[in-house]
Design a protein around this ligand. Structure first.
Ligand code: SIN
Length: 336
């Protein structure tokens, strides 16, 4: 699918589905619709004038609701982005994606894309058929950011509701509102207003070309599971995850990353079998300090910094493609 304009930068739109490509039975329906129905061609046609901003080329990677994005799709998507960005004529990439897991795909790409050109992940909270869909303007804004020189070297960016966020920091905070995407600790990097892209901050954590991770020869990611901490939780889910082959576990812990006594005991058992344990917090913001005796063994437990559990899981899985040394992995949590 092509929209031609010879004098504009080339932007590749890689479509994966989600609400931005969703269809409802009526224009008034904004819940209970079907995500991932519009094709990439229909998506492009729904935004008149998009091809005046850039020469847009579109490809359908998959067309699913974002909870159904698989690791296989991630690997395919990342390799395709690397291939496209290696072409001199390609200025940037826009990935359309469901919002439910958008932050996870964005952070994964942030760690494995090997280019400093802009990669923008964008979605919508209202389906394409809604009375006032947010997708078309989000898409226009994403193309503006993808062609902005200031968006280079910032890692993968998320553009939603006129705001620009770093992939590492952003999270979905509300089930349905348009301003659901937020960075609780750090705020937005910038904004887009009537086509003008303005950055106020830069990304300092290492990303893309400065990471040690590569998807080139990677057949799959090591299994890493998330264990949720709550009062009364025993160690059964930890033991089950280890039994299922987990090589890493992320505790979505209480406060500073604490689990119950029974969970802590089970995590120690897991560590004794070589499983790497990372403590993150279920609170939604804030940085986890190094562990104390009370919570778990010093030295062998890694802390997630301020990554939320689902992002800590991604970094741990990629870390395990490089090493099983908890000290090296802890270092990765402080630089990425
Ligand atoms: C999805 O994540 O695919 C459905 C929800 C959305 O895109 O907002």
């Amino acid at each position: 699918m092509k929209q031609d304009n010879l004098h504009r930068p080339t932007v590749y739109l890689l479509a994966t589905g989600g609400t931005i490509a969703g269809r409802a039975n009526s224009p008034l329906q904004t819940a209970g619709y079907r995500p991932g129905e519009l094709s990439v061609g229909e998506l492009l046609e729904s935004v008149p004038g998009l091809n005046t901003l850039a020469k847009i080329e579109g490809e359908q990677v998959c067309n699913v609701a974002s909870p159904f994005i698989t690791i296989d799709i991630w690997l395919r998507l990342a390799r395709r982005i690397n291939e496209l960005l290696a072409r001199p004529e390609v200025a940037g990439i826009v990935v359309t994606h469901g919002t439910d897991s958008l932050e996870e795909t964005a952070y994964f790409l942030n760690l494995v894309v090997k280019s400093s050109k802009p990669v923008i992940v964008v979605g919508a909270m209202r389906p394409a058929t809604s009375l006032s869909p947010d997708g078309p303007l989000n898409l226009v804004n994403a193309v503006h950011v993808a062609t902005s020189p200031e968006a280079r070297n910032q890692g993968v960016l998320v553009v939603m509701n006129d705001e620009i966020y770093g992939a590492r920091d952003v999270t979905k905070t509300h089930v349905s509102q348009l301003h659901t995407f937020r960075s609780p600790d750090l705020g937005a990097l910038g904004s887009i207003s009537s086509g003008t892209v303005t950055f106020y901050r830069q990304v300092l954590r290492k990303h893309t070309i400065d990471t040690e991770f590569s998807v080139d020869q990677l057949p799959a990611l090591p299994r890493v599971d998330i264990i949720y901490a709550y009062l009364g939780a025993d160690g059964a889910l930890v033991d089950a995850a280890v039994q299922a082959g987990a090589r890493g576990l992320v505790l979505a812990g209480m406060g500073q990353g604490g689990g119950t006594k029974e969970q802590n005991e089970a995590l120690r058992r897991a560590q004794a079998q070589g499983v790497i344990v990372v403590r993150s917090s279920r609170t939604g913001s804030g940085r986890i300090l190094p562990p104390t005796d009370e919570y778990l063994d010093k030295g062998s437990t890694v802390t997630a910094d301020n990554l939320n559990p689902q992002k800590a899981r991604i970094l741990l899985a990629l870390a395990l493609t490089r090493t099983t040394d908890p000290k090296r992995i802890q270092r990765m949590f402080t630089i990425y």
